[in-house]
Design a protein around this ligand. Structure first.
Ligand code: ZN
Length: 279
């Protein structure tokens, strides 16, 4: 049985991510796990030389030895993303901060979160080198936990019910039945986000038109708004929904402007002002 990933020192994880090009060594999937090539139960060590980055599906194949050790080591030496020139992984963006489009809304800031009852449901950040960092606590409509992804690491959850599509600057998590749970399209700026996330029996939906929280007092929908340095927090007991500032800056701002391109420019202008105030 594999050791819990939390037992792996962060320095080892960091080196493994870098040598793998921030994705599965075999397929390049930007959401991955850390695999012990030499069975951890035998060695009880987290040795860089005997570990590699794999997506959940290839991790399963390696664990049951459908992928033999020799092949695992060959892939560790020649990771997919490195071979294909994506040394920073598939989710690297060049724009500063994180600018996201949800329906007709823009979210601009250092990152953002959807928080339900004090716990993040979805978070999208970028690291200091511009790689998008996805965290997702995924529940079904009956509030059963399906999977956890923290900073692109698939922490827990059966990968079998899911289809994961990915390419350069694109990641889609889809149920085998076809329904898209989360789509991140960073091929253009702002990053386009779609999805349907459940928590506490409430639906948090990012569709073509709006950002909608279904079930909060009784429901809240946003369209044609710019959110700057804002995260969204819902309390399912009180029905209160609020915007809270990301901690890097003290303020969260709303930008209302009819023309979308100008609205986006104004969002960037506000974030630049917040940056100057913080210096
Ligand atoms: Zn893979």
């Amino acid at each position: 049985m594999e050791a819990p990933s939390r037992g792996i020192p962060e320095s080892i994880k960091c080196q493994l991510r870098q040598e793998a090009g921030f994705g599965c060594c075999i397929c390049g999937n930007p959401v991955f796990q850390y695999h012990h090539i030499t069975d951890w139960a035998l060695t009880k060590s987290h040795d860089l030389l005997h570990m590699m980055v794999l997506c959940p599906n290839h991790h399963h194949e390696a664990t049951v030895r459908a992928l033999v050790e020799q092949e695992q080591r060959r892939r560790k030496e020649r990771p997919s993303n490195i071979v294909n020139g994506y040394v920073d992984g598939l989710l690297k963006i060049t724009e500063p901060g994180v600018a996201v489009q949800v329906g007709t809304n823009y979210l601009v800031g250092p990152g953002f979160k959807f928080i339900v009852d004090g716990a993040p449901l979805l978070a999208l950040d970028r690291d200091s080198d511009g790689r998008l960092q996805l965290s997702l606590d995924l529940y079904d409509a009956a509030d059963s936990l399906l999977l956890l992804i923290h900073n692109n690491e698939w922490i827990t959850g059966d990968p079998m019910p899911w289809d994961v599509e990915f390419s350069h600057r694109r990641f889609v998590l889809r149920r085998k039945s076809g329904e898209v749970t989360l789509s991140i399209d960073a091929r253009q700026a702002p990053v386009l986000l779609h999805g349907q996330l459940w928590r506490k029996g409430q639906l948090f939906e990012m569709n073509d038109d709006e950002l909608r929280f279904n079930g909060v007092n009784p429901d809240v929908g946003f369209s044609e708004i710019g959110f700057v340095n804002s995260s969204f927090s819902a309390d399912t007991t009180s029905g209160v929904f609020q915007l809270i500032p990301e901690p890097r800056f003290r303020e969260a701002c709303l930008v209302s402007w009819p023309d979308r391109a100008e609205r986006l420019e104004r969002c960037f202008a506000v974030i630049r002002e917040l940056e100057q105030k913080t210096v």
